[in-house]
Design a protein. Sequence first.
Length: 223
Amino acid sequence: MKIIGINGSPRLKGNSATLLDKALEGARAAGAETERVDLYPLNFKGCRSCFACKRKSPFYGKGCAMKDDATEVFERMLEADGWIFSSPLYLGHSASSMCAFLERLHFSYLHTYEGGRQRMPSLKKLYPSVFIYDLNGGPQFLEMMHLENACEYETMLFDHAFGPSRHTIITNTVQFEDYSKYYTAAVNVAAKMAWHEEHWPQDLANVFELGRTLVTGEYAKED
Ligand SMILES: Cc1cc2nc3c(=O)[nH]c(=O)nc-3n(C[C@H](O)[C@H](O)[C@H](O)COP(=O)(O)O)c2cc1C
């Protein structure tokens, strides 16, 4: 079994990457082979709305017609058995690399425009997935801004198109080693550090478990 992890953060050693690595470690602990792909260094764009993937033609069901660095990643993902996506939340949604990547992957394998759980017939197996989101704000901010909805929506799209999908949201992340070097008046640094010390080990343990159960199938929802 092979699990591919997709990192949507430009920071290749940041929170999203660390969480992804831990989830992939969980997948390996359950016997999977893993690979991590960092999107930011790749040269690709979001959907150009050409609708080649929806044309009544022999190409239908064969994925995204655009050819760039994302193409080969999509191919490897289809050869794999499960996916883990990890991205910071920027302005209420996944970081732009992740958005661009998901637009192409999801939309090109969306069977119809009618919604529901109609999988693209060309997809011969289910691709279970995990989405990991992280953000600077705390749980109250998450709730106040209804950010859970955006994450839930992305997960639901993948649940419908590819296979059982789950997500987790990690709040109150630490972005700088030394906050005194930046204008961060809105951040209560002492409270953040205390939160981090208390919650981060559990956050890592939780994503490890998500990676592990992605492989064992324990988490799979009824389909
Ligand atoms: C462009 C940009 C936009 C951001 N927007 C938000 C936001 O709307 N809410 C929030 O809580 N954090 C926001 N953040 C903070 C990041 O989500 C947070 O620090 C995250 O853990 C960074 O992940 P990384 O270490 O993988 O880069 C933003 C950061 C950047 C760079």
